[in-house]
Design a protein around this ligand. Sequence first.
Ligand code: GDD
Ligand code: MG
Length: 352
Amino acid sequence: MKAILLAGGKGTRLRPLTIHTPKPVVPIFDRAFLHYQIDLLTQVPEIDEVILSLNYQPRRIEEIFGEGAGTGVRIRYVVEPAPLGTGGAIRYAAQGVADTIVVFNGDVMTSVDVNAVVRLHRERQAQATIVLTPVDNPSAYGLVETEPDGRVRRFLEKPSPDEITCDTINAGIYVLEPGTFDRIPKDVSYSIERAYFPSLIERHETFVAYVDRGYWIDIGTPEKYIKVHHDMFDGRFSGGIFATADRTKPIVSPDARVEDGVRFDGPSFIDAGAQVKAGARIGPYTVLGKGVVVEESADVEHAIVWPNTRIGQGAVVHGPILGRNCHIGRNVVVKSSSVLGDKTLLTDYTTI
Ligand code: GDD
Ligand code: MG
């Protein structure tokens, strides 16, 4: 069985972080986001290949995963000539595949039991099975109404407030039968949410829902990107380093250098090659990526700092996301949840 990860979006809501780093590979702690999805898929013994459906900066994604060595599964890449939309991309990536396919939107972090979803799909002999998750406000998602027997009654992408009739939304995880893909037009943009799913309902095909009440988040905005880190620090979601880490103390890579006299306060993560100098304070919910340098007496908290950024002596950095290779000067003060892109330079004594 094959899995397709839709990883072609531009990640506009995460700009400027996604200018040089496509959304599917933004770092979550020490690894690219898609690693967490691939981990989940390797729990399904039948899945022997993961196809990454790409179009925005495909090389940057291929460089990270190669042919899949070390991930436990073979990885293949399909790059669309032009963005084909979610439905078009699935059809394009599924060329030559006749067997059942598992599809993931490439920006959802979840603990769903994919084996159970595949089982339900088979039991119901469905054309399509969709995972639903409850959310407080469905307006940014695909609203999905179901029948008492679990069939999908209605699919409404991005409902307006007066159209919200339930709290279950499309979690962006499907099991599909490629036999139905011939209705997806070739070479034009086509949405699985706006066109394909409604077509299944119109034609009375077996389209069933699997409601999951476990962890689920879409990392597509800075707020959600930060939230997923907090949720992992706080134990609401385990994966990657948190599958084994001791949450009661800061997690410091054995290859990081923390000088004597650094004060830790609350949960934090320091990746390999990072360096924290004497007198600095690493406060709660701090993530320091590979090769980050925090100079003497700097004070960092509630901050996600991407690799190779340098935080100058005496700087106070509370709340932001800092891209790669930024230079935060001496005594700079950043006290906001701003998002600073790669190579941002803040001159000494700047206040944000
Ligand atoms: N290859 C390819 N080509 N991938 C694409 C394209 C495309 O043209 N367009 C979007 N994608 C990928 C994105 O990279 C993302 O991983 C996924 O498809 C979904 O696109 P988003 O842009 O993130 O959509 P959304 O978040 O507004 O809504 C979708 O996800 C929600 C759950 O997070 C919909 O599927 C909603 O129904 C759903 O509730
Ligand atoms: Mg999304």
